[in-house]
Design a protein around this ligand. Structure first.
Ligand code: GTP
Ligand code: MG
Length: 287
């Protein structure tokens, strides 16, 4: 059995050794897929630059992508919207890495970090110009640090995906950062994912699968019927159906769903107002 490697430690080490850290996030879920803990590590060290590559934007309407770009820029974060699949802005990303180096550094070391399955290895391969870093539709695919020489000046380290500890299981399913085989209860997980997607974008599952349902339980049953997933005795095989449904979301991105930037802004405003009120209360008490 292989030894379980400490991915967070590997990533921390890479951040320490890099001039430019590129955080690859999922363009469908820009706020959920950020690993703030690692971002803060970069920000704390003077001389290091953080760039965010908002990848997979081919799966999101352009107007939504632009809204997210503005949100990040307003927060003072450099962001580039990329698609490894459609080779969108990959050259812009390469140039941005080189241009963002602080100080007089000729040989640039960069590392790509982020949650599993966001497209780190795919992007690096395009920058390299040929497939060098193994890619797969499986979260947790990269298991070791790999260095790729992109130009004479620039080398990039590919790192394994890391999961922030505050992410709920449902968020992990939504983001596709977990393999269905790793789940203790696939059927329950599939219900949770249906529920989650329904709250973000009601009706999208109904439309994509052409199935009408009132509850997630009913959806998976009808899905199993529609795909004719049955056990030997003829009864519906709900576990198999659940695994297929999860895989279609996690590996194939079949369901067009994304985080709503307006809701993000609203929540942020509420949070900031609460914090302000809290501070004012404290100020009043201290006088
Ligand atoms: N639609 C779309 N899919 C992408 C894009 N970039 C990567 N993918 C797909 O996302 C999956 C994961 O890609 P990888 O490059 O292996 O992701 P990773 O971040 O290196 O994943 P780990 O090594 O597991 O952390 C693959 O199925 C890719 O084909 C993109 O821009 N758009
Ligand atoms: Mg990888």
């Amino acid at each position: 059995m292989g030894k379980k490697r400490d991915y967070p430690a590997m990533v921390r080490k890479m951040i320490r050794g890099s001039d430019v850290v590129v955080e690859v996030i999922d363009g469908r879920f820009p706020s959920l897929s950020r690993a703030k803990k690692y971002e803060n590590m970069v920000k704390r060290v003077r001389g290091k630059t953080l760039l965010i590559a908002m990848n997979k934007v081919d799966l999101v309407p352009r107007q939504v992508v632009n809204q997210w770009k503005k949100i990040f820029m307003d927060e003072g974060i450099s962001v580039i919207a990329t698609s490894a699949r459609e080779r969108l802005s990959t050259n812009v990303l390469k140039k941005a890495i080189i241009r963002s180096v602080k100080g007089e550094i000729f040989f640039i070391t960069s590392c790509f970090i982020g949650l599993p399955n966001t497209g780190k290895s795919s992007l690096i391969n395009i920058l390299k110009g040929r497939s060098s870093a193994p890619v797969a539709p499986i979260p947790g695919f990269t298991k070791a640090i790999q260095v790729l020489r992109i130009t004479t000046r620039l080398r990039i380290f590919d790192t394994p995906g890391v999961l922030p500890s505050n992410l709920s299981l449902t968020d992990k399913l939504l983001l596709g950062t977990i393999r269905p085989e790793q789940l203790p209860d696939t059927l329950r997980a599939s219900w949770a994912l249906v529920n989650r997607i329904d709250t973000i974008k009601p009706n999208v599952i109904k439309e994509i699968y052409g199935i009408n349902y009132e509850t997630p339980v009913e959806f998976i049953e009808k899905f199993a019927e529609k795909r004719n997933k049955r056990k030997k005795g003829g009864e519906l095989d709900l576990d198999t159906a659940a695994t297929i449904f999860l895989n279609e979301h996690i590996n194939k991105g079949k369901i067009p769903v994304w985080e709503n930037p307006n809701e993000y802004l609203q929540k942020k405003e509420e949070r900031e107002r609460e914090e302000r009120e809290e501070r004012e209360k404290e100020d009043n008490l201290s006088f």
